[in-house]
Unconditional design. Structure first.
Length: 303
């Protein structure tokens, strides 16, 4: 015990530096869990959390029995899986292509160019999308008309929503996502490349047999982390891109929670909390399952 106190006296500045992060984590991540119980109560502001009557799983059954459950769950999974597959593919390929560049100056220019869209706000991105696909003034509409076609309001086509959302997200964030893969590729052993070149291996062969195995553990870790966010499609961009014409494909769980819990004259806090809690539980199950599968198949995992 004396040794522990002596060690604590020596490193107390480190705990002081760590305290703001711990306080932030407690206030914004752990303390709000106390309010999750309103998912099992018929919450009324006047009665408070503990004063509201307990109703058990009524709000969960209400959500599962509505048509919104199937629609929002299907849209959320479709949009998330689509984004995960396309984004991961582009990020990995872009990272490998940048890594293969031999001109350092040109390499830095390319990295800067692909990083820049990440710093554009979501509101501006959606504004660009709406302007681009405007049926009267949009560049694509003008191009279609110039080629003799008839322009359409693609933002009003439900089937086009997912494609517009995913590919605009790739343009905005794929470059930023290469940072962690390029960091992993920097650890690639130069001697392996030199030995492969002596044996006559081409650049593509070295890419397949040296570079990809180097980033494979990173890919597995990123996959596990992304699975935890699979159910949490960002409601801000989806909400800004939504309209009455594409609502059938664009309504996801996060936007549904926002609408029934905040953006209504009669908010149902208990139902919105129940939906959000269901979302979190599914995300937790996905992370644990994928982590276990990855550990068995690749011996790489978060824990």
């Amino acid at each position: 015990m004396d040794r522990r106190f002596a060690r604590l006296r020596r490193i107390w500045p480190l705990y002081v530096m760590l305290s703001p992060a711990l306080i932030y984590l407690f206030v914004f991540s752990y303390y709000p869990m106390y309010g999750a119980q309103i998912a099992f109560r018929n919450f009324r502001i006047s009665l408070g959390i503990t004063g509201s009557p307990w109703v058990g799983l009524r709000h969960f059954r209400e959500f599962f029995s509505t048509a919104n459950f199937t629609r929002t769950l299907t849209n959320t999974l479709a949009l998330s899986v689509y984004t995960l597959i396309i984004m991961t593919s582009f990020v990995v390929v872009l990272s490998l292509l940048i890594h293969c560049l031999t001109n350092e100056r040109y390499k830095k220019i390319i990295q800067t160019v692909v990083y820049l869209p990440h710093f554009i706000s979501t509101v501006v991105i959606v504004g660009i999308i709406l302007r681009l696909f405007n049926p009267n003034l949009g560049i694509l509409s003008k191009l279609i008309q110039a080629l003799g076609g008839t322009s359409r309001d693609l933002m009003g086509v439900a089937g086009a929503f997912r494609h517009i959302y995913v590919w605009s997200d790739v343009w905005q964030n794929a470059g930023w996502g290469t940072i962690i893969y390029l960091a992993a590729l920097s650890a690639s052993d130069v001697e392996h490349h030199e030995a492969a070149m002596i044996d006559g291996a081409s650049r593509f062969q070295r890419l397949i047999h040296i570079d990809i195995p180097v980033i494979l553990p990173t890919m597995v870790i990123m996959l596990i982390l992304n699975m935890g966010r699979l159910m949490n499609v960002g409601h801000d961009k989806v909400l800004l891109m939504q309209n009455n014409l594409n609502l059938q494909r664009s309504e996801v769980i996060s936007t549904y929670v926002y609408k029934i819990g905040i953006a209504t004259s009669m908010p149902n806090y208990s139902l919105s909390t129940a939906v959000g809690l269901f979302n979190s539980v599914v995300s937790l199950i996905l992370v644990i399952s994928v982590n276990r599968i990855a550990k068995k198949l690749t011996e790489t995992s978060l824990w």
